[in-house]
Design a protein around this ligand. Sequence first.
Ligand code: F6R
Ligand code: MG
Ligand code: MG
Length: 366
Amino acid sequence: MKITLSVIKADIGGYVGHSDSHPEILEVAREKLKKARLSGLLIDFEVTKCGDDAQLIMTHQQGENNEKIHKLAWDTFISGTELARKLKLYGAGQDLLSDAFSGNVKGMGPGVAEMEIEERKSEPVIVFMADKTSAGAWNLPLYKMFADPFNTIGLVIAPNMHSGFSFEIHDVKEHKKITLNSPEEIYDMLIFIGAPSRYAVKAVYSRDTGDIAAVSSTQRLALIAGRYVGKDDPVCIVRAQGNFPAVGEILEPFTHPTLVEGWMRGSHHGPLMPVSVEDSTPARFDGPPRVTSLGFQLAEGKLVGPRDMFIDKSFDEARHQANLIADYMRKHGPFEPHRLPLEEMEYTTMPQIMDKISGRFEPLEE
Ligand code: F6R
Ligand code: MG
Ligand code: MG
């Protein structure tokens, strides 16, 4: 049975500031999607949050990039925004960059990750959601899951994973893509995905079967709007078990709180802290960046779950480490490498400041 799993998310208003989502907004979304399930458009759905982002996790049989599904998501975000305006939530409708829907939410602000799959006999999937960071944040974890035998022992000892995975990598600035194969091309691949502000892993495929293993959202809000409008706060779907890494191999990369772009004003490097949905409330210096993960078993498209995977005690140490790293990074204040390099700040206040004082720069006397 062919099923499409669509995760579409947007920040439509923060509570308080950019720290969380208001429960009533999520309730509005649930009501909307309930109607769509009743009408048969959706098989099932789950509405959740990651920090100030509303997350719509939907299953259906309409395929990827489907106009009806994207319109449903758009209309849901519009209804949520109306309530956000009434409650005067912060940045109501922040990620809705267009006034009218035109067939597909891509390029309009919301983040999208979708995969059409032939549902297996048992289909465990993990949906990762992040707040206060950008699309490239998945590069290192996806590399570890699908290419690093020190993380995923299955690459070495499970015959159905031994031929490796291929990585579809997007150049988010030049709008180009390339597919590279692991393991034989990992040195080439790391040149690109090790630079996550420009190159983001869009999807991963099993080389044995060609089946999709993972897909992420790669849109960059600032590149769409031409100015800083918040970080992209990406999502990622990963299939687990069988021909794919085990659930534990998929979660393992997050025991290391990697440094990602985002945090305060989207202009800092900070540790990605794995947390439960409940704890996705970035409040310290608007952070540190968070990642949540919900696990489901699909049953003819029905979302059996969710299980909040990072609630597990074994992630306590990663959270503790993330807090220590946050302290360490914060001590740098406005200095790099805590603050992002200038080229990454080009959509923030940098150009205005340069305009104001550029006349005062004088040539050096050599
Ligand atoms: C980061 C983020 C926040 C805001 C900051 C300033 O992604 O959303 O750190 O950038 O709170 O917000 P404004 O400019 O809306 O006052
Ligand atoms: Mg916000
Ligand atoms: Mg956010």
